[in-house]
Design a protein around this ligand. Structure first.
Ligand SMILES: Cc1cc2nc3c(=O)[nH]c(=O)nc-3n(C[C@H](O)[C@H](O)[C@H](O)COP(=O)(O)O)c2cc1C
Length: 220
């Protein structure tokens, strides 16, 4: 993706998708409730299995709750994510410099997670049903809608799921009632840096025609 080809002020849907990056450095300044409500409204427009809408979104501003969850988010970094970064190679579309910057930003968000003025916690009202491989399919479209809406409104956001390494402890810290499970936490705030294009590999790295491994000559 050529950076020069992207108009960062355009709210064209394709432009928004190409520039909705994980924004991890967020200002602690408050954000207007009407923007948060617009983001939530974009969330509930998403597809969901059978249109059952078993989702629930908790808007968290209470610093005590955010701090209690941050403890588990950081613990997962210290035990699992941090050591993982140390031994891994840059992904497609990245390089060692970019990957190092990503790691630094991941560390920054870990330490400042609770300082984002608003979190949206995306949950499913699971009841007694056991979460399965299909469960997340009915909440992550809503999460992505909210990330795109935040970007369109000039707000920074990041899909985070790391708290789920300590899911029971984090859900307890979130004070979720029995049967309601968290699937993502989206910290929201005005970004410290600028929006820019997402770094990804080429389409041909990820797409085949008819059978896996059979390249499609229309792709670069
Ligand atoms: C399932 C999932 C879980 C993620 N969890 C976290 C997380 O806990 N913390 C975090 O900083 N980023 C998290 N991310 C963001 C990814 O790291 C990010 O999308 C990826 O590095 C690409 O970054 P970019 O969109 O800025 O190019 C998650 C993304 C996905 C799809």
């Amino acid at each position: 993706m050529n950076k020069a080809a992207i108009d960062l002020s355009s709210n064209d849907v394709f432009n928004i998708m190409k520039t909705t990056r994980a924004m991890r450095r967020l200002k602690s300044d408050p954000i207007p409730d009407d923007l948060v409500i617009k983001i939530l409204d974009a969330g509930i427009r998403a597809p969901n299995g059978g249109n059952h809408q078993t989702w629930h979104f908790v808007v968290i501003k209470d610093i005590a709750i955010k701090k209690a969850v941050q403890v588990w988010y950081k613990k997962a970094y210290d035990k699992i994510i941090g050591p993982g970064y140390a031994g891994s190679a840059p992904p497609p579309g990245s390089n060692s410099d970019k990957y190092h910057r990503q790691h630094t930003a991941v560390e920054y968000l870990t330490d400042h997670y609770h300082e984002a003025p608003v979190w949206i916690v995306a949950c499913i009202k699971q009841g007694k049903a056991q979460p399965s491989r299909m469960s997340g399919a009915s909440i992550y479209p809503a999460v992505q809608n909210m990330l795109l809406a935040a970007r369109a409104l000039g707000l920074g956001a990041c899909l985070t799921t790391r708290h789920m390494f300590f899911a029971d402890e984090a859900d307890k810290a979130l004070e979720l009632p029995p049967g309601v499970l968290s699937y993502a936490i989206i910290p929201l705030g005005y970004p410290m840096g600028n929006f820019g294009p997402t770094g990804r590999g080429k389409l041909s790295d990820f797409v085949s025609l008819d059978r896996v491994g059979n390249s499609w000559d229309k792709l670069d």
